[in-house]
Design a protein around this ligand. Sequence first.
Ligand SMILES: [Zn+2]
Length: 97
Amino acid sequence: MIYTHEEVNTENKAIREWNEQLFLANTDKLIYRLQNLPHDCGDWDCTSKFLSANSCRCMRDRFDNEWELQFFKILLDLYLELKISKAIQELGIVIEN
Ligand SMILES: [Zn+2]
């Protein structure tokens, strides 16, 4: 896909403005996001994704800034690790180191 300079500049400006937002961890919002995972917009549905990858306009709409998105990803990893550990425990599987 080919983009004009204006489209690239507009996208870069949107990311800069997104990252100028103050990051205030809102735990209620983050817990809600863990329970209602944001879906990936998909390569074909989002032209912004071609230019900005995971910082596309869909993610910019869902998260206050890139820090919040990164923080959410860390929480999601921990949350999934906990869920998997619980499931393994419930199955009675013993994992030896
Ligand atoms: Zn998108």
